[in-house]
Design a protein around this ligand. Structure first.
Ligand code: UDP
Ligand code: MG
Length: 343
């Protein structure tokens, strides 16, 4: 009969029609070789191409394929979250749909998991087929995050990872809106280890992370796991204060020696005022970033809205993920507000 799957593979999908057939082929080939039951959960994150039809077609043919269809594009990290919420495996694997993450590596992850590790993340030893700009910014990003965050987030790891159900439970209980999943997994703790791999070029299509989304992602990562940007204000203001304090006797002295020609004009004042304003506005921006995120959390909106689900009822006999039901009120899961909440 239908058994609870051992493995849940979660793939976020945003306009990936050219990748879906090979993704399915490679994942099913790899997972079948384990000889254990598995499911593939695809989260359609508001794709505008034929991704949804293709996924639903797969779900009709193979009852191990399940589809969660978002009502609009909610973003990569949220799509992954919905997949985690709906996964019923004992281990959950997050994988990108563009085959940059080779499904074959899942076997190595499983080996480590069976050896007792609760999180096995994939370390990008090398990245192929990406622009120097992406490589450079990614490299800087991972190192910056490593330095300034309070949890140890291993460098050069993405979301490609296997997590034991214990870790998955913790993630399900974390309902924050600005999500940085790899940071959240590190925060959860447990025994973690990495396996190395060479990140391939995208199988088909273009990156769904334009600069705008990359910046947003980086800001989420930093503000969710570090107060460092807020704390540097005190150093900057300290340095400026000391400089200003030192400037007073210096200017007075120069005036005495050289007379009014020195610092007589307005130029220096204007430059200093501009400089100070720039500093102040920059730090106000940082402050605003945190305040906006507090506002996001306080509103308590659902993380995502599901328009439809395919393959979750009856087919496999797997009960709905209980942890997701308890960790997340039903209203939040389906994106509705009950009468009680609304009053
Ligand atoms: N993705 C998504 N929603 C988005 C952007 C991306 O679900 O708004 C998915 C995308 O389909 C892919 C994964 O997230 O499976 C990673 O995106 P991408 O490969 O474009 O990022 P990159 O590898 O270039 O950083
Ligand atoms: Mg990619």
């Amino acid at each position: 009969m239908n058994k609870r799957p051992t493995y849940s593979i979660v793939a976020p999908i945003y306009n990936e029609e050219g990748n879906i057939p090979d993704l399915y082929k490679r994942i099913s080939h790899v997972m079948d070789s384990t000889g254990e039951p598995w499911e593939l959960i695809c989260v359609n994150d508001g794709s505008k191409d034929r991704s949804l039809e293709m996924l639903q077609g797969l779900a009709r043919e193979d009852e191990r394929v399940r589809v969660i269809n978002f009502a609009r594009n909610f973003g990569h990290q949220t799509a992954v979250t919905a997949g985690i919420d709906h996964a019923s495996g004992r281990a959950v694997v997050l994988i990108d749909a563009d085959l940059q993450d080779p499904p074959e590596l899942i076997l190595d992850m499983i080996e480590r998991w069976k050896a007792g590790y609760e999180v096995v993340y994939a370390i990008r030893e090398k990245r192929m087929g990406e622009s120097w700009f992406k490589l450079f910014t990614a490299k800087m990003f991972y190192r910056l995050i490593y330095r300034i965050t309070d949890v140890d987030i291993p460098v050069d790891t993405g979301d490609f990872r296997l997590m034991d159900e214990k870790v998955v439970q913790v993630l399900r209980a974390m309902r924050e809106h600005n999500r940085f999943i790899r940071g959240m997994t590190s925060w959860a703790g447990f025994k973690q280890t990495g396996v190395q791999y060479v990140r391939q070029a995208r199988h088909w299509g273009e990156t769904k992370y334009p600069l705008r989304k990359m910046i947003r992602f980086a800001l989420d990562a930093i503000t969710s796991f570090s107060y460092f940007p807020l704390q540097i204000m005190v150093y900057v203001s300290g340095i400026l204060g000391v400089l200003a304090f030192l400037a007073i006797p210096v200017v007075a002295l120069l005036r005495v020696i050289y007379g009014m020609e020195f610092f007589g004009g307005q130029a220096t004042t204007i430059v200093l005022v501009l400089l100070m304003s720039a500093f102040q506005l920059f730090f106000l921006f940082i402050l605003g970033q945190y305040v906006a995120r507090v506002y996001d959390e306080v509103r308590g909106r659902p993380l995502y809205v599901v328009a439809s689900r395919t393959g979750f009822d009856g087919l496999s006999g797997v009960t709905p993920p209980t942890a997701a039901l308890t960790a997340t009120p039903e209203a939040e899961r389906v994106g509705e507000v009950s009468e009680k909440d609304a009053s």
